[in-house]
Design a protein around this ligand. Structure first.
Ligand SMILES: NC(=O)c1ccc[n+]([C@@H]2O[C@H](COP(=O)([O-])OP(=O)(O)OC[C@H]3O[C@@H](n4cnc5c(N)ncnc54)[C@H](OP(=O)(O)O)[C@@H]3O)[C@@H](O)[C@H]2O)c1
Length: 247
């Protein structure tokens, strides 16, 4: 059986690293992962070597549309195929209360967490339409549904992902391309590492399961969404948050 090519953005750390690892263990998949620096690329390569995983690592700033085009061209050269599975995982936070939020804090979070996701989807969609098969998985956040003080930029970007993903799901369904969002709550990664002990405790009080989630738990959902068992799911928002938000 011909292997499918997966592209995972932000695979050097945290949730993206767990997604890379999980998908690279699936025999029918080859995974290409990105990081913003050579150091990040080296860490993905080292992980592949140590764990005996098949895959490749590439420098990419998702904000740089030209670089996205170049990456896809180099993947085509390397594997003679285009990705038919895209996991838009790369994301940043730049928190501030709205009263004090600088234009640059607003813009960079919207650019990386929302505009870049649209651009990447647009770049890979032609290959998926040609194959009449594709899976797009966008990593959102619980705050896209709940809002969060100090995160108007991040919550707006993640809420925007829902409208974007549902629209793409409608546009692409007739060609068997599905588009879904996974919205994690608080997951143990560098992004949550910077929280103070007081912040951490106050978060845990809001999580009925009483702990933060792990990257592997999010990756397991991605694994499901790329499998044949999820073929009839599109336009969905899957929450994984220990019960802190239910709908
Ligand atoms: N952790 C949580 O509690 C949580 C909760 C809800 C949603 N999420 C979402 O889950 C996703 C991953 O979060 P995480 O906690 O794993 O984050 P993380 O540990 O901070 O890692 C972020 C990843 O994104 C990459 N990245 C950052 N800016 C980029 C850019 N301009 N271009 C390309 N890649 C870029 C980073 O690459 P480098 O290593 O090169 O910097 C890194 O691989 C994000 O979309 C985040 O919003 C996280």
């Amino acid at each position: 059986m011909e292997k499918k090519l997966v592209l995972v953005t932000g695979a050097s750390r945290g949730i993206g690293q767990a997604i890379f690892q999980t998908l690279a263990q699936v025999p029918e998949l080859i995974v290409a992962g990105t990081a913003t620096s050579e150091a990040g690329v080296s860490s993905i390569r080292e992980m592949c070597e140590v764990q005996g995983l098949e895959g490749s690592a590439h420098v990419l700033d998702v904000n740089d549309d030209q670089a996205v085009g170049e990456l896809l061209a180099s993947l085509l050269e390397l594997y003679q195929k285009s990705p038919t599975i895209l996991v838009n995982n790369a994301g940043i936070t730049q928190d501030n209360l709205s009263l004090r939020m600088h234009q640059s804090e607003w813009q960079s979070v919207i650019d990386i967490n929302l505009t870049a996701v649209f651009n990447l989807c647009q770049h890979v969609m032609r290959g998926m339409l040609k194959q009449r098969w594709g899976r797009m998985i966008n990593i959102g956040s619980v705050v896209g549904s709940t809002g969060n003080p100090g995160q108007a930029n991040y919550a707006a970007a993640k809420a925007g992902l829902l409208g974007l993903s549902r629209s793409l799901a409608l546009e692409l369904a007739s060609r068997n391309v599905t588009v879904n969002v996974i919205s994690p709550g608080f997951i143990e990664t560098d992004m949550t590492q910077s929280l103070s002990e007081v912040q951490r405790q106050s978060i845990l009080e809001r999580v009925p399961l009483g702990r933060m989630g792990t990257g592997n738990e999010v990756a397991a959902l991605v694994r499901f969404l790329v499998s044949d068992s999820a073929a009839y799911m599109t336009g969905c928002n899957l929450h994984i948050n220990g019960g802190m938000f239910m709908e």
